[in-house]
Design a protein around this ligand. Structure first.
Ligand code: IPE
Ligand code: IPE
Ligand code: MG
Length: 246
């Protein structure tokens, strides 16, 4: 129906959900209406990814830099986040989804943090898709906190600098329990990473859709995934090497 090979789906799909504000402004609506519509898209895409059998879905919902937006927009976004998380827990439980958050949670308002913790706790035993929201997340900040923690562990004798490798470094990141993304989608036509998962995206396949997030549909998702399935991931090797190995 969707023309996808379910054996070749990305294990981890990450999405930069962008274009809510422009979607609203193009319709002479307030930006927050765009964010509300964006939440509808989140529901559709989360459900579809879970149905398709994607193991990890990570959504960039609020960046460390988004705190710089007007106070009214930040406040409305935080209220929307709390409402979404509280409303979705029961659907997550039904769909066997485990909820997870990456980012600087200390910066979130306490009521949002409580809703986050409650959703994490209640879905902790679920074994299906892992849904990670990046909240107050910035990749450089993540790398710095990892460096600080490593320095502390080295001075306390818990970490031998000579033993530091990619795997050990990764274990200090917020994403320690999830594999690197195989595929990244950014909506709204912007072609940048905006401080998202800088370390983890090293070999991720990138896809940019011109559609604003409120209008990103199942069909758009399928088209993106078909594109992913047409790619050859070489990880530095030659194409011939890959053909010989299969
Ligand atoms: C993405 O939409 C949602 C967040 C960043 C919170 P935007 O709000 O960035 O929408 P545009 O980019 O202004 O259109
Ligand atoms: C990135 O979108 C953050 C999220 C999608 C949450 P932005 O709209 O904030 O990115 P920039 O600042 O335009 O690059
Ligand atoms: Mg934007």
């Amino acid at each position: 129906m969707h023309g996808l090979d379910t054996e070749k789906l990305p294990r981890h799909l990450a999405i930069i959900m962008d274009g809510n504000g422009r979607w609203a402004q193009e319709r002479m609506l307030k930006r927050i209406i765009g964010h509300q519509r964006g939440v509808e898209t989140v529901r559709v895409i989360v459900e579809e990814c879970s149905k398709l059998g994607i193991r990890y879905l990570t959504l960039f919902a609020f960046s460390a830099e988004n705190w710089l937006r007007p106070k009214t927009e930040v406040k409305a976004l935080m209220a929307l986040l709390k409402k979404y998380i509280k409303a979705e827990v029961s659907r997550m439980l039904t769909n066997n989804i485990r909820f997870n958050v990456i980012g600087n949670r200390d910066e979130l308002p306490p009521d949002v943090n409580d809703a986050v913790q409650d959703a994490i706790d209640r879905t902790a035993a679920k074994t299906g898709m892992v849904l990670t929201l990046a909240l107050s997340y910035g990749a450089r900040q993540e790398i710095i906190q990892a460096a600080v923690q490593m320095a502390a562990d080295i001075s306390s004798g818990g970490l031998n600098p000579a033993a530091l490798d990619e795997k050990r470094f990764s274990s200090y990141l917020f994403t320690s329990s999830i594999p690197d993304p195989d595929f990244l989608i950014r909506t709204s036509g912007e072609m940048r990473i905006s401080n998202f998962l800088l370390w983890q995206l090293a070999y991720t396949e990138l896809y940019f859709s011109n559609v604003n997030w409120p209008e990103f549909s199942r069909n758009e998702l399928h088209a993106a995934l078909r594109d992913y399935q047409s790619r050859e991931r070489r990880f530095g090797r030659t194409s011939a090497q890959l053909q010989n190995r299969s």
